[in-house]
Design a protein around this ligand. Sequence first.
Ligand SMILES: Cc1ncc(COP(=O)(O)O)c(C=O)c1O
Length: 721
Amino acid sequence: MNYSHFITAVSAARKASPIRLLTELMQKSPPSLISLAGGAPNPNTFPFKMATITTGDGTAVNIGEDLMKRALQYSASAGIPELLSWLKDLQKSLHNPPTANYSPDQGQMEICVTTGSQEGLSKVFEMLINPGDNILLDAPTYPGTLAALRPLGCNIINVPSDQYGIIPKALKEILSRWSPEDVRKHNNIPKFLYTIPNGGNPTGTSLTTDRKKEIYQLARQYNFLVIEDDPYYFLQFDKPWAPTFLSMDVDGRVIRTDSFSKILSSGLRIGFLTGPKPLIDRVILHIQVSTMHTSTFTQLMIAQLLQQWGEKGFLEHVDRVVEFYRVQRDAMLAAADKWLKGLADWHAPAAGMFLWIKIKGVSDTQQLIMEKALQKEVLLVPGGAFNIDSSVPSSYVRASFSLSSPAQMDQTLYAFMEGSPVRHAVMEKISQEVGSQLKTLKSLSNTRWACRAEAVAAVKQNYPIILQALQEIIETTRLPDPKIKARGLIHELNSFKFIFALHMMHPVLQMVVKVSKALQAPDLNLLTAMTGAKSLRNSLAVMRSGPEYFQSIFNDSVKMCVENDISIPTVKKRKMSTHIDDTFESQHHFDTKEEQERITSFYPLLDSVITGIDQRFEQKTCKTVTAMGKLLSLDIGRDDMRIIANKFKVSLDELEAEVRLLQVYDGSVPKGSTTNTTREWLDWLKESDQTSLFQAFYKSIQCFAAVLPVHVKEPFRNSHM
Ligand SMILES: Cc1ncc(COP(=O)(O)O)c(C=O)c1O
């Protein structure tokens, strides 16, 4: 291949540094060579003398005094010879590149070590891109690539992709704007296509072999290079591993970046470039004048380990890493299944460490993550960060499953959805847009109660099994953390306090959840909803004042404690303020355990729930919702219309006149007083072009619709209470 037209003038102008050449010559020479040529410092003056680095499998990497002197010294820009030759063998064995036996001019396979694959990538881009050049990639993609590309002034053409990577048909369509003549004259044909073929960052997608073949054929037809950025190659979950572009490279047009960051260490910064010699040599010249070379110490440390392991040992290590990530991936998928079903879409990644989640009904996740999720101490990456133009909105988030434990993943995805920041964000946005004040209605869709109720019901039902499971954890695990946590949990579960809390919370939460469930029905009747809220408050107040509720809860708790051999603590004879007032007279002792629990637990719980309900369904909101229910069914009096007119800032007289007109309208008008009727009215007014005729009516309904809860399916709704 003729590579000259791919290379920028800057890259073409790079010349080997004579001093660097001498360094390399010196390193290849026998120790007997006496050199006064180099500018290398004398390593005898360096403080470090020896090192032994032990690995998890018991292998020890020994760096004795002589090796240490080498490790601390300058070395060749392409990489130290033993590492290079190990890597060359590995590439041949894994990819069997057709170019391995080519002549240099034909694009013979060459390798160089880089300080992480990021260095290789940025140097390859700088070697190839002139301002204005076209290049192809499938966004969303790795931000490190985008950040390296943007300042080079190239024109990035986005190639559509799906869960199997780049869509060849779409690539073909893009390329069809260039004729064979353009190809012959190098008429601004895209210089290269960049892709992450396995476990893409952020999408987790992997390109299929058939697609790779089609893409490679297009690369041949249009004469562009392929940059195969493959740091997740070693993290493929299924074997056999997918054939790489390098393995298909009959022309010498593939530049492949590999990385040890995901399998040996990300901080050691070791990656390697594989590609046609004429191009890799240009990169090496660039390295000569920038970093000079990747740390010799790091290279030696890695080379020693790889030589001891051999390829077999290395691949066994990789298998262990893959197994770890497989378990992590499955845990992430299980958490997603549990908490995000119905709210989001995703595909199971075949490699890598990322789950790419599309949040339904959210056009941009940026604010959602940066404000809402952070408030809940949850951090995911908003999808926009991976777009060519990062200000373009994205409804995706990237969740990494590399560092968190399965329990943390579960917790994170739950917290992300809990109290439904997603829904709240959507509603907040709309209500801000219409400038409405009626925000309290959002809380109707709060799911926290449902979740707590489910948890309490589950613990109550499965109490002995949970204790047994915890006991088994203590007996079987050798890990100190879970063992201590399990012991702590058993201690807590085996207490009267806990049993009483379970019995106390269960009926209260059940009542709350029943109403909150009804309030979240997709088609909510506004009039009955408000009645439901009122009757819930009344029932809770009755529960608080009637002694029989408390008594049966207390008796059941005592019974369960007796059955499970849990002692019931006697009351502490201590002075206690009832908080009615803080005068001395109000201080008293509890005489019985019952009295203590009633005053210190039962009343505070019910009071807090009742206060919560009062706050959520404060009178004004209830009145507005009731009035809206009446308005929707056109069965409304002037007092209710006044509430609406004040709330949504419309003229009362106009609203009244419009309602009168609608009351005598033909039978086509919507009927009912539900949330669906709201939408039906909006559609009807728009479709019949009457939004300006019924301005006050339309505005009231529009403002109201904006603060209605968005209905979503949630996993815990189906739970057994
Ligand atoms: C797709 C992709 N390419 C390159 C890199 C850079 O990796 P390295 O640590 O080898 O520089 C990363 C790191 O996350 C990545 O995801």
